[in-house]
Design a binder for this molecule. Structure first.
Ligand code: ZN
Length: 394
């Protein structure tokens, strides 16, 4: 390039920049960022340190639905590549033949061989479900976990709970679960205090699970964002506004960190009990913490229910994590919506890029496939569950 055009180019650039600054000036509502580097409400940073308001009234985040112009390979996966055991099933009522047939039809299309019902059933309700499954032509397509009544923990509780657990396992339950998120958050003991996750009065039940050789499927805490202030920095703002009950506002002031610490004490104090930490232990947004949990507690595995939005937004780190911890991860879906499972298959099996998650309100971002090798897929989809839950059909 000769000298003259460079000078002209620089001049034009400076002139254009000057024009832009003039447009952004106070006359058009321009404003500097504050001491925290943030723009005033209603403005966005258009140049470093320089904020501007849109020239039209902005749509709300509910109405803004941009359509991506990215053109890239699309490989939806309606059916899992290998047979799947869903360890985190909430299939609804399985105590009728109609209910069972409805779920089996969906499972067949998705390549789910066995669905583990984690609906916390116990006593006569558990028995009704087990009887209906046994009487159906699909008795090897379901297994059922049993619940533990965590109300009124106090003197005499452990003996009753252990007796009920033994009866439920004798009836055919293959594990305990899903122990609800309310455990640790807002279940009270008989004396009115918060029932902590590591309360020693519960130890006999965890020891009974070890003796009975059954896993304990436990949901502790909630996504970290649910414990954070419900303000415009919260990445789950819309979800918390749509479902206000999900915010940790009535949690007796217990924090995410306290719950995780209590949970880790529980895992450490009961090394002979196999625990399945639901939802990646709520560490899918921080894989270092997930790794620390699995490294520290060899009696713990985890599952992927309802955290796909965190796996799919960090495809390279998630790929490496799944490869490294391939023996410690189980497939689970949580809410039984047949049309949502293919998003899981697509994230695990492909290297597709920038595709939608299945819910609009708790991931404003897109997903990417993590392209797992077949050997890892087989373990996550099925083999790890067979090892951890002895009562599954082989
Ligand atoms: Zn669940």
């Amino acid at each position: 390039m000769s000298k003259a055009p460079l000078v002209v180019t620089l001049f034009l650039t400076i002139a254009a920049g000057g024009a832009l600054l003039a447009v952004q000036g106070p006359g058009r509502g321009g404003s500097p960022t504050d001491a925290n580097g943030e723009c005033p409400a209603g403005m966005t940073e258009v140049r470093p340190g320089n904020c501007q308001a849109p020239s039209q009234p902005p749509p709300s985040i509910v109405d803004y639905r941009p359509i991506s112009t990215l053109v890239t390979g699309q490989h939806p996966v309606p059916r899992a590549k290998f047979p799947v055991i869903d360890i985190h099933g909430h299939p609804g009522n399985l105590s009728t033949q109609d209910g069972i047939t409805r779920v089996v039809t969906a499972m067949d299309e998705l390549n789910i061989k066995v669905l583990v019902s984690a609906d916390d059933l116990t006593g006569s309700r558990l028995k009704a479900t087990l009887d209906a499954i046994a009487a159906s032509p699909h008795k090897d397509r379901f297994r059922v976990l049993c619940g533990i009544d965590l109300g009124q923990v106090g003197p005499g509780w452990a003996e009753r709970a252990v007796k009920q657990l033994e009866a439920d396992v004798a009836a055919g339950a293959v594990g305990v679960g899903e122990i609800s998120k309310a455990f640790g958050l807002n279940i009270q003991k008989a004396d009115g205090s918060r029932l902590k996750v590591d309360d020693p009065e519960l130890d006999p039940i965890w020891q009974a699970a070890a003796r009975l050789d059954i896993p304990v499927f436990i949901h502790t805490a909630e996504p970290q964002a649910f414990f954070a202030p419900h303000d415009l920095h919260n990445e789950r703002w819309l979800e918390l506004a749509l479902f206000p009950g999900r915010g940790a506002t009535d949690t007796h002031g217990v924090s995410f960190e306290e719950l995780i610490t209590e949970r880790n004490h529980l895992f450490a104090r009961n090394p002979k009990t196999r625990f399945i930490a639901a939802h990646f232990g709520w560490h899918a947004n921080d894989l270092g913490k997930a790794a620390a949990m699995l490294d520290a507690y060899p009696n713990v595995v985890t599952e992927v229910g309802a955290i796909l939005y965190d796996i799919g937004r960090q495809p390279r780190a998630a790929h490496d994590f799944f490869v490294k911890y391939q023996d410690r991860l189980l497939f689970g879906k949580d809410s039984f919506q047949p049309e949502e499972y293919p998003y899981y298959w697509r994230v695990f099996e492909t290297k597709d890029e920038y595709f939608d998650y299945y819910r609009n309100y708790h991931a404003f971002w897109k997903l990417y496939g993590i392209d797992l090798p077949d050997t890892v897929l087989k373990k996550v989809y099925r083999d790890n569950a067979l090892r951890v839950v002895k009562g599954l059909p082989k």
